[in-house]
Design a binder for this molecule. Structure first.
Ligand SMILES: [Zn+2]
Length: 245
């Protein structure tokens, strides 16, 4: 497990081809996204590794309800019982009132390249037995609740990758948690650097691009993406360098 401290309070953990983040204020922890189901033990271990008990988790912020971001949440809800906050529309997705996710057929189509076949194998291993995970306790992260969590956050609706995708900004340390609205790498991408995920993952491609551009926040100087390495660079210049799809 690779834990990368990117600012005073923010730790980024690389799981199975996906990141989650931990924000500590000394006594409590906010968890942002939660890896694949197979990453559950690693999520719990990462909280302990930064010096906290799992019971210190004050809330989970969910950028969107894809399987590679919700993995540890059922276990955390059971063990800790903390709230799970996401965007208003994404609450419905998290509860699986509908599903906007790569289909089995679209995954099979990835098998034609070495890069794709390796990713499919890793993904199947990471989700086996948990394909139908849902988060029935997901609720809307209201402004005042997010502001008072360890770290303190502002929700940024960023529809496109999913209709309810929500990024989070932490003004106190200038950290932007972009989820899958803006990434810096992925096993299916050839290059690293600020870009969108491959089209097959995005429910609405033009919305995904517009949302990525909306993240050019002046005060944001560290990017923590859902996939790829964190970037210590201001968001306006990262967004200006967005790699065309
Ligand atoms: Zn996603």
């Amino acid at each position: 497990m690779n834990i990368n401290q990117v600012s005073d309070s923010v730790y980024v953990v690389a799981g199975t081809n996906v990141n989650w983040a931990l924000v500590s204020d000394g006594s409590g922890v906010t968890v942002i996204d939660a890896g694949y189901p197979r990453d559950t033990e690693a999520v719990l271990a990462s909280v302990r590794r930064i010096g906290h008990a799992v019971s210190d988790i004050a809330a989970v912020l969910l950028t969107h309800a894809h399987l590679d971001h919700v993995g540890a949440i059922p276990t955390l809800v059971e063990q800790v019982g903390m709230p799970v906050y996401t965007g208003a529309e994404e609450v419905r997705h998290a509860r699986r009132e509908y599903l906007q996710q790569i289909t089995p057929m679209q995954m099979i189509q990835q098998l034609t390249t070495y890069r794709g076949a390796r990713w499919v194998t890793q993904t199947l291993h990471a989700v086996v037995g948990h394909i139908s995970t849902s988060i029935p306790s997901a609720t809307v992260g209201e402004e005042s609740a997010l502001a008072s969590l360890p770290g303190g956050f502002v929700a940024l609706p960023t529809p496109g990758h999913t209709d309810g995708h929500t990024a989070y900004f932490m003004p106190s340390e200038g950290v932007l948690f972009s989820g899958d609205a803006l990434v810096t790498g992925h096993p299916l991408l050839r290059e690293t650097g600020p870009q969108l995920l491959p089209r097959v993952f995005n429910h609405n491609e033009s919305g995904t691009l517009a949302s990525a551009r909306s993240l050019a926040i002046e005060q944001a100087r560290i990017l923590v993406p859902g996939h790829g390495l964190p970037a210590h660079q201001d968001l306006p210049s990262l967004v200006a360098a967005l790699r065309p799809a």
